[in-house]
Design a protein. Structure first.
Lengths: 313, 319
């Protein structure tokens, strides 16, 4: 009985290999259109979903095939995905790393296999090996966000600082930017801080608890709008909407609506469409051996009540 | 003398309830460390914040006593929050019963798939619910197109955010589900069957209990309660979101196990689970109120749970 199962398992595996191999052969016989692979660290929020879509759309517009692989925030998984793409001899790799240090092997492997590689949205520890970095500057975004908060507080006040998932590269970058601005504004004090893990339920509970402490809070500054929008119900319950200024980052449509309504004070818009378009343009240029800038930054835009109508679709 | 025996029995019960003493001790320590903790407003916050975990803990208690496990509940909560939010949008102007019914039906359906796979196809609960954890999360992402759904009706938002007689609605949901759960587990034959299957599945089956059907019902109930939590969570954060609920199954298991439910099945009770969920809620709330750095919170949470369960084990072994 057991032997029959083993034979069957081997037969299934062999068939799968043969079918897979045939599919690969069929796919790679099309030599005219370039095939690129975009490895995105995750698609767990609106921004990342938008970025993946923007890359695919830009690929279509530029006449190239782009296949998106989602890494579920797992560096090990991404390393495997990149290895598979190298084995399939793709024409170029666009990598949004799930970790700064954890993808250096993948980058090295691509360089060794002579496959052009650029990083998108986040950089890697061996960035000099990659042909270019295309992306938003999250640290700059964090700086702009805190600068707006400091400005709105006239350089003096109490801030509660809400972080994304601790240790996440985006959390580190945005928080670093915010802290640099705080260092320059000594009268703006962080009286409370904590993590909302990027999501609304955690942000809501944390904000409720902050409001319970009785401490004077003039502004709540969040690493992303997923959390800022989660803080809003707590402000509404405590009847502090507008009284406590609220800041987020990413500026999805719902956040822009909240800014227009005066419930949120400001956010940072990182244009994922432009980021995706520039990433594909740069990838094509690199794969054709053309010279490119090593660092292509998409500038963050501060969205307040004054300019939100321009961006709200 | 019945009076003296009655007092002795209560004494033994109280002594065995080590976890209850751990909770009370924690409560007193936090009250001393921070006056803000013990205000009525904050205590209501604690119960609001642990209510979803409490409800899922109740569901998980049934599943664990049965000898199973349900790893899919976190993803199911995300999926049902998306389903509920879709139909709760102000623009659709549908009666409140629609988003609630859809959410519950989706929950029950997912639970039925789990139950069928486990009881009739014979896939182990860990593997089946782990696979569903992935499928349901993916489905939530696909249905919502990766973005949260906002713009829900005021009525829907009021479900979780409202008050009756000065007590948050979430408390009523938790208490009612707890009472129903205790009634089923302790006062019905069905409850006895669940314990029997968890204690010794083979003898349960041989004594004529329809183990397969009962398993399906327990997993369907777990799915149903996840559907309830999907509605409550969507209402609380005024949006349906495909990314919430990550780790909720582990939190539910923690609440149950801290409360004395055995991971190998056959033992446990719902009041213990409630205390377990309260301990978890009080710790999180207390650490936030005390302004403990986020980096240390996880270490402290783990240590407190170790101490609480240690006290519980010690109290049980001395009797």
């Amino acid at each position: 009985m057991r032997k029959a199962y083993r034979v069957a398992a081997v037969a299934v595996a062999a068939t799968a290999l043969l079918v897979g191999g045939a599919a690969l052969a069929a796919g790679s016989s099309d030599k005219k259109v370039k095939n690129f692979a975009f490895f995105i660290s995750h698609q767990q929020n609106e921004f990342m979903v938008g970025l993946a879509q923007a890359v695919v759309d830009a690929g279509k517009a530029q006449g190239v095939n782009v296949k998106v692989y989602t890494g579920d925030s797992d560096p090990a998984k991404q390393n495997s995905q990149v290895d598979n793409a190298i084995a399939q001899q793709v024409d170029g790799i666009m990598l949004d790393p799930a970790s700064f240090d954890g993808l250096s092997a993948a980058v090295q492997a691509a360089v060794d296999a002579k496959i052009p590689i650029i990083t998108v949205h986040e950089s890697v520890s061996n960035q000099d090996l990659a042909a270019a970095y295309v992306g938003v500057d999250l640290k700059l975004g964090g700086q702009r966000e805190m600068e707006q908060a400091a400005k709105d507080l006239n350089g003096k006040g109490n801030i509660a600082f809400m972080y994304g998932a601790l240790g996440h590269p985006a959390q580190i970058a945005i928080t670093e930017g915010g802290k640099e601005v705080l260092a320059k504004n000594p009268d703006v004090k962080v009286v409370l801080d904590g993590t909302g893990n990027w999501v609304a339920p955690d942000a809501l509970s944390l904000a409720e608890n902050w409001l319970s402490t009785g401490k004077q809070i003039d502004a709540i500054v969040c690493n992303n709008d997923g959390m800022a929008l989660g803080v809003l119900p707590a402000l509404r319950s405590a009847k502090k909407v507008g009284a406590i200024k609220l800041y987020g980052l990413d500026a999805p449509p719902e956040a822009m609506k909240a800014i227009k309504a005066g419930e949120e004070t400001a956010s940072i818009y990182n244009d994922s469409k432009t980021e995706g378009k520039k990433a594909v343009e740069t990838m094509i240029a690199v794969s054709e051996g053309k010279p490119v800038d090593k660092k292509i930054i998409i500038a963050p835009i501060v969205i307040t009540k004054d300019n939100v109508d321009q961006y709200l679709k | 003398m019945p009076g003296a025996i009655g007092t002795k029995r209560i004494g033994i019960l109280l002594a065995k309830a080590g976890i209850l003493w751990a909770f009370l001790g924690l409560f007193i320590i936090l009250s001393i460390l921070s006056p803000a903790f013990i205000t009525p407003n904050n205590l209501m916050n604690v119960v609001k914040q642990m209510s979803v975990n409490g409800i899922m803990g109740i569901a998980m208690t049934f599943v664990l006593i049965l000898g199973g496990i349900d790893l899919s509940v976190g993803s199911l909560i995300a999926l049902t929050s998306v389903c509920a939010a879709f139909f709760a949008r102000q623009s659709l102007e549908l009666p409140l019963i629609v988003p609630i019914a859809v959410s519950l039906l989706v929950g029950v359906a997912a639970g039925a798939i789990n139950g069928f796979g486990i009881a009739y196809v014979g896939i182990s609960p860990f593997i089946m619910t782990l696979a569903m954890m992935s499928c349901l999360r993916g489905l939530a992402q696909v249905l919502s197109n990766g973005t949260p759904i906002f713009g829900l009706s005021k009525q829907f938002n009021g479900i979780a955010n409202g008050f009756v007689l000065g007590i948050p609605n979430l408390v009523y949901f938790l208490v009612v589900i707890l009472i129903i759960g205790i009634f089923v587990l302790r006062k019905t034959v069905f409850g006895k069957w669940v314990y029997a299957i968890g204690g010794n599945e083979v003898s349960a089956r041989l004594s004529g209990i329809n183990t397969r059907w009962i398993k399906v019902v327990v997993y369907m109930s777990s799915g149903l309660l996840a559907g309830v939590c999907g509605v409550l969570m969507a209402s609380r954060i005024t949006s349906g979101s495909p990314i919430i609920g990550v780790g909720y199954e582990l939190n539910a298991i923690s609440a149950a196990v801290i409360g004395g439910v055995s991971m190998s099945g056959g033992t446990g009770n719902l009041l213990g689970t409630l205390v377990g969920a309260l301990i978890m809620g009080v710790i999180q709330n207390g650490l936030d109120i005390l302004g403990v750095s986020a980096f240390y919170q996880q270490i402290i949470q783990g240590l407190i749970i170790m101490v609480a369960v240690f006290l519980d084990i010690k109290s049980k072994s001395r009797i």
